[in-house]
Design a protein around this ligand. Structure first.
Ligand SMILES: Nc1ncnc2c1ncn2[C@@H]1O[C@H](COP(=O)(O)OP(=O)(O)OP(=O)(O)O)[C@@H](O)[C@H]1O
Length: 531
């Protein structure tokens, strides 16, 4: 009797020990998992380990003060860790609270599960082909009821027709996500909290939302890109671009819980992206982390049903090399892939029966549409001002000539009127000769002269001014000609002569009118100068 009692007692003790170790192991496992998935926690974990090492070293060598400080850190560190990891702890507890032991999906029969997978694959294939954006989340053990509330409740059977209709862009329900609970389409237009991870710019709001929901729940989210038609799966904060076949394999595993074969060979560590792997993983270089190829990540979970009879490792390797991506190596069963291919081609045929409405071609936005309205207004105003200035310049071609004359007058105002009168005669006699010359010839002559003769002390400002006027007006024969008149004569005559030439270009100018012109031009020049 005593023996029986002690045996039961020892069995109970062993059971207790077993559960004790199991719970501790689970705690350790999940702690390491949380630490490893978060770069912030890795840093903090390293810090804690460092303090423990310092404490041990201090104890060994009898460094009392260092040991005391390390002790303080350890005893208060517990509270610090709780404060620092508050968001992580909260989400962990939330997950525990919301997890169902029996998820809706697990209560479905085998046929129902397979039907669900087929309908999903068919819908995604159509949406991908049509490049219609979609976001479909499959509830697992963690309830998505909170997110169902954010959308439009539907509670209908999952069919490819319904799914594709929802995401047609002209429908009111297309914006947001569809949530599937079990084999029911719970809601459309649901809103998911987007991730805060730093992602490449090509991933927009839809992909962010998919990663976001996969971070806080154990749901599996399928994303169809509107831009590329690519299909991606988000799970556990990771997103992976998959092919149609890979999508089906993955869903079979997730929904039907088919026994899978995880690749066992090639256990060497290799660089793999932390959360992004596209069809050609070698092209992706962002945020690489060291992971084991055979570890149970998202990629490795995509495997096929286990069957009797094996295929040689060589064939598997060849297959992997042929496909050239991470998914390829995991398919161990040739027969199985053939069966899958058959089912896929069947689905493709069925998919052809569903036609989506033709998309309206959107007008590509011009770059100016993205600019600020104020900047746009400023640009328009500047353009108008430029046009106005051009129109004015065209309407008043003589203005530069007048300006040049005024400049000449300003420089030469010191010269006496008598001198000007004395030089009137030759100017008048020369006038017909000048007027005979074409304005272009004058311009050429003026430029030549200016180049040949460097301006003399007295004449320099005039020459410069004339040259400037000539250059400015080189494009316009009228302006150039007028400027040349002044330039040419400046070399031999006084500025008053030039003025006379200018103003008597087409008609006879008498002394009186010339004086008046000189005076008025002088007045105008001084006014402008004042301005
Ligand atoms: N937080 C969210 N929850 C649910 N759906 C969202 C959320 N954010 C965006 N979406 C959906 O994504 C659409 C916008 O996608 P966006 O073009 O920004 O994403 P994307 O990741 O660049 O994908 P695509 O390649 O399809 O363009 C929205 O019209 C909406 O339907």
């Amino acid at each position: 009797m005593v023996n029986y009692y002690t045996t039961i007692q020892s069995i109970l003790n062993y059971t207790r020990m077993f559960f004790d170790i199991l719970i501790m192991w689970l705690l350790l496992y999940y702690t390491i998992k949380i630490v490893r998935n978060n770069s912030r926690t890795i840093q903090i974990f390293k810090g804690i380990v460092l303090i423990l090492v310092i404490k041990a070293v201090a104890n060994i060598f009898g460094l009392n003060t260092v040991g005391w400080i390390a002790d303080m850190f350890v005893s208060w560190g517990f509270i610090a860790v709780i404060i620092i990891f508050q968001p992580e702890i909260r989400s962990l507890l939330e997950k525990l609270g919301k997890s169902n032991v029996f998820s809706r999906i697990s209560t479905l029969s085998g046929n129902e599960k397979e039907h669900l997978v087929d309908e999903l694959v068919k819908a995604v294939m159509i949406l991908s082909k049509d490049q219609t954006g979609a976001l479909i989340s499959l509830e697992q053990s963690h309830s998505l009821n909170d997110y169902v509330k954010t959308g439009t409740p539907m509670n209908s059977m999952v069919t490819a027709e319904l799914l594709t209709s929802i995401f047609v862009t002209s429908t009111p329900l297309h914006d947001g996500a569809v949530i599937i609970q079990g084999d029911r389409l719970a809601c459309a237009s649901a809103y998911f909290p987007p991730t805060n991870q730093e992602l490449p710019s090509r991933y927009g709001a839809r992909h962010r939302a998919a990663i976001g929901i996969s971070e806080i729940t154990d749901s599996v989210t399928i994303v169809v890109s509107e831009e590329t038609g690519n299909i991606s799966i988000a799970e556990g904060g990771q997103i992976t671009t998959v092919s149609k076949k890979e999508l089906r394999d993955y869903l079979l595993r997730v929904v039907c819980n088919e026994e899978t074969v995880v690749r066992e060979k090639n256990t060497k560590t290799q660089n793999r992206k932390s959360y992004f792997v596209i069809d050609e993983p070698q092209l992706v270089v962002e945020k690489e982390i060291e992971t084991k190829k055979n570890e149970k990540g998202l990629l490795n979970k995509i495997a096929v049903k286990k069957q009797d009879g094996g295929e040689s490792a060589e064939a598997d390797k060849k297959n992997a090399e042929h496909k050239g991506n991470l998914f390829s190596g995991i398919f161990n069963k040739k027969k199985e892939t053939e069966v899958l291919a058959d089912r896929l081609s069947e689905l493709e045929k069925e998919e052809e029966n569903i036609k989506l409405p033709k998309k309206k071609k959107k007008k590509a936005p011009s770059s100016s549409m993205f600019e600020e309205p104020e900047i746009l207004e400023q640009q328009i105003a500047a353009q108008e001002a430029e046009k106005k200035a051009q129109a004015e310049a065209e309407a008043a071609p003589e203005e530069p000539v007048q300006a040049a004359v005024i400049e000449v007058l300003e420089i030469k105002t010191a010269q006496s009127e008598d001198e000007a009168k004395a030089k009137k005669k030759p100017a008048r006699t020369r006038k017909p000769k000048d007027s005979e010359e074409s304005s272009e010839t004058k311009a050429k002559r003026s430029r030549k002269k200016t180049e040949e003769k460097p301006a003399e002390d007295k004449e320099a400002p005039i020459a410069e001014t004339s040259e400037k006027a000539g250059k400015e007006n080189a494009e316009s024969p009228v302006k150039a000609g007028a400027a040349a008149d002044i330039t040419a004569e400046n070399q031999d005559h006084s500025p008053i002569d030039d003025v006379k030439l200018e103003f008597s270009a087409s008609e006879e100018v008498n002394d009186h009118s010339l004086e008046e012109a000189v005076n008025s031009a002088d007045q105008e020049g001084s006014d402008k100068h004042e301005e």
